[in-house]
Design a protein around this ligand. Structure first.
Ligand code: CMC
Length: 433
């Protein structure tokens, strides 16, 4: 903690109150208001956490004004160019880039824990065939808490690590099985000789009666998308995982809660909504109408894939994804994919529109990712599931970081009560109306 303070002048108090300032290694400082209530009798009020740092963290840094994203200090552009998803997973979990030997051991360990308990598969048959795969994902990941009882002491660092590894290893299998269930095809067992993303593609698209070969470009594109989605500091779903985990809850239950939060259209569910929106628009002639709706305060419609709580500049992930889109469509899809052309035109028009310029609304990670998923043959309903598989790494990294802090406390916000004051119960026969 620094020596810095901010002074609060409260007319209700006899003297000013000095509040300490918490300094990070980079980024804005924070006023430590932990003692605020004790010293002033007042709470801090910040619905939606616009100005509240809920924790300190060493994992990911975002500078939203400059459009910078660092994982453990490494720029996302360098990682996307030179690293791999499992190496990024190691980095996020353990804080440093692994040596070759350590990376190989980590990969081997994750890639050899991909199977799920056979009994877990029976859960799928309880779901209606056209259930949304995110609903299935949430249910099945949550039900892992009923299977692995050997390592759920959240106070034991080794137990935490085992649960984290299990989650990273098994979510692709669970995700692919939700897809197979939705199309009525048999589940495909993982192949431990394949890479993480190659295996996911295999489990989604192979059938037992034919050989399936993973396309290296598809695997590489998915690996890049997964690196970009792996973590994003205190986003809604990660904050949810931390919040649920703060009570000492089971790790699989915490991640199921993260999946629930991610599903919302303001968060990860946006990637699915972007595609729906582009398909509904049809062609560039619809752009003015949709922009007018997005700007109309009386219309709840928002331009999906645009805007971000933290980025007030181009989301660096969207920039990388846009480039990968070109490469993927060039090789695997239609290089003149009308939806991609529509998306690029929409971006161009929005970025020159005063409404979007004034509010600093730029394309976010979800704007172009769906176009790549679509080119890889991944159905729209699976887009947010893909995000969930990748973000599992961030969720467990934050969960482990929080629990390894011996001073962590249960997350228990306060409120400003605006309801009825104390009043006496009125028996039914004496109530009017
Ligand atoms: N279209 C039209 N107007 C928008 C949009 C949008 N996509 N996003 C924000 N605005 C306007 C908003 O109406 C407000 O205008 P005003 O100042 O006149 O009231 C202003 O911009 C600030 O927006 P906000 O709602 O206060 O911002 P927020 O930080 O609470 O919300 C957001 C951030 C991402 C939820 C929001 O931008 C949004 O709903 N975007 C569309 C959904 C989306 O793409 N979500 C993915 C987010 S990134 C990846 C992820 O988290 O998974």
């Amino acid at each position: 903690m620094s020596e810095k303070h901010v002074t609060l002048h409260d007319p209700d108090l006899p003297e000013p109150v000095e509040l300490p300032v918490v300094e990070g290694s980079i980024g804005p400082e924070a006023v430590d208001v932990v003692s605020l209530y004790r010293r002033t009798g007042k709470f801090a009020y910040d619905p939606g956490f616009l100005s509240t740092a809920s924790c300190t963290s060493r994992i990911t840094f975002i500078d939203g004004d400059e459009g910078i994203l660092l994982y453990r200090g490494y720029p996302i552009e360098q990682l996307a160019e030179q690293s791999s998803f499992l190496e990024v997973a190691y980095l996020l979990l353990y804080g440093e880039l692994p040596s070759r030997e350590v990376l190989e051991a980590f990969e081997e360990m994750i890639l050899h824990h991909t199977m799920i308990n056979e009994n877990l598969k029976r859960f799928y048959s309880g779901f209606y065939h056209n259930a949304h795969p995110m609903a299935v994902m949430m249910g099945v990941v949550g039900s892992l808490s009923a299977f692995y009882h050997d390592a759920t002491d959240v106070n034991d660092p080794r137990h935490r690590e085992i649960s984290a590894h299990r989650l990273i290893a098994k979510t692709p299998t669970i995700a692919a099985s939700s897809y197979k269930h939705s199309i009525g095809e048999p589940f495909i067992y993982p192949r431990n000789d394949l890479g993480y993303c190659g295996n996911l593609l295999h489990m989604m698209f192979a059938v037992p009666c034919e050989a399936y070969e993973v396309d290296p470009l598809a695997e590489k594109a998915l690996d890049i998308l997964f690196m970009l989605h792996a973590d994003h500091e205190q986003n809604a779903s990660t904050a949810t995982v931390r919040q649920v985990g703060s009570s000492g809850a089971n790790p699989f239950a915490c991640v199921a809660a993260g999946i629930a939060s991610l599903w919302g259209p303001a968060h990860g569910g946006a990637n699915e909504k972007v595609l729906d929106m582009l398909e509904e628009m049809g062609d560039v002639s619809a752009i003015p109408r949709y922009l007018a709706r997005a700007k109309d305060r009386d219309d709840p419609f928002r331009l999906m894939g645009f805007g971000h709580r933290v980025y007030k500049n181009y989301d660096p992930r969207a920039r990388i994804i846009r480039r990968v889109c070109h490469q993927v469509l060039e090789k695997l899809g239609d290089p003149h994919d009308p939806l991609f052309e529509l998306a690029m035109r929409l971006e161009e028009v929005a970025l020159s529109d005063d409404y979007f310029v004034e509010r600093k609304l730029y394309p976010n990670v979800d704007f172009y990712s769906g176009i790549i998923y679509r080119a890889l043959g991944i159905p729209v309903k699976m887009f947010t599931v893909m995000f969930a598989v990748a973000r599992t790494v961030g969720w467990v990294a934050h969960w482990m970081e929080m629990l390894s802090d011996p001073h962590h406390r249960i997350g228990r916000p306060r409120q400003v009560y605006t309801g009825a004051r104390r009043r006496d119960y009125v028996p039914l026969e004496r109530r009017e109306g």
